[in-house]
Design a binder for this molecule. Structure first.
Ligand code: NAP
Length: 248
């Protein structure tokens, strides 16, 4: 199999679990050295690193809260010290704090915006400086169908994810002259810890394919955008991996 990311370095935020974990493994399978960022699950992150090493890959786990500007700077500095370059950034770390608008506390709003939107800004700003010097790079932001169609109980989350879409399109225009592409992937309902407590019954009725997606199915799209030579001509787009929930 062709290893399109041989010699490249990928930074995946929130890679200890779920979609980020599957993405780290998928990019490593293409030959990338991977930085497995996490917030608190150090043993899960260490396991992801071990799985990558087991397939002959190279990876390191770095703890950082990507909603915090100083910690993002430390994460990028540690990555550069270890691997010397960053070719792929996957802005994946995200949280939910669901409740209806009238019950939503400012802290629930702020926590979600701080990580899901400001975190994407902080990581992209820091990494784009490096990619601009390299005159190449792929940035993939994880948004959500909630940012496209709304979802009752998720005003904070859907606002953050809609923000990511606007951010993606603007930054794609700004970075295009240096051959850096910026795209977004919008998952629907994916079987991870994030969706674990949800009642599947009503949800499945909204999904034409009538099942939750697997993290590996989202990682496949991210892998394509990050590693395929054909993806070099794709920027500023949003790709849904949602079992047909959103058909534009
Ligand atoms: P998940 O299983 O809950 O995993 C979240 C990951 O983010 C974990 O690795 C976690 O690290 C990390 N994280 C949390 N807070 C962080 C912080 N402050 N700094 C750095 N990392 C942090 O989530 P998931 O379902 O895989 O979701 C991944 C992304 O896909 C999110 O952006 C989510 O909004 C989006 N998405 C998910 C779905 C879905 O149905 N699952 C649908 C649409 C979009 P720790 O393990 O250390 O806590």
């Amino acid at each position: 199999m062709a290893q399109n990311l041989q010699g490249k370095v990928a930074l995946v935020t929130g890679a200890s679990r779920g979609i980020g974990r599957a993405t780290a493994l998928a990019l490593a399978s293409e030959g990338a050295a991977v930085v497995v960022n996490y917030a608190s699950s150090s043993s899960a992150a260490t396991e992801v690193v071990a799985e990558i090493e087991a397939i002959g890959g190279s990876a390191v786990a770095f703890k950082a809260n990507v909603a915090n500007s100083d910690e993002v700077d430390q994460l990028i500095a540690a990555t550069m010290e270890k691997f010397g370059r960053i070719d792929v950034l996957v802005n994946n770390a995200g949280i939910t704090r669901d409740t209806l608008l009238l019950r939503m506390k400012l802290e629930d709003w702020q926590a979600v915006i701080d990580l899901n939107l400001t975190g994407v800004f902080l990581c992209t700003r820091a990494v784009s400086k490096i990619m601009l010097k390299q005159k190449s790079g792929r940035i993939i932001n994880i948004t959500s169908v909630a940012g496209q169609m709304g979802n009752a109980g998720q005003s904070n989350y859907s606002a953050s994810k809609a923000g990511v879409i606007g951010f993606t399109k603007t930054v794609a225009r700004e970075l295009a002259p240096r051959a850096i592409t910026v795209n977004a992937v919008a998952p629907g309902f994916i079987a991870t810890d994030m969706t674990d407590g949800l009642k599947a019954e009503g949800i499945l009725q909204m999904i034409p394919l009538a099942r939750y997606g697997q993290p590996e199915e989202v990682a496949g799209m991210i892998q394509f955008l990050a590693s395929s030579p054909a993806a070099a001509y794709i920027t500023g787009q949003v790709f849904n991996v949602d079992g047909g929930m959103v058909m534009a």
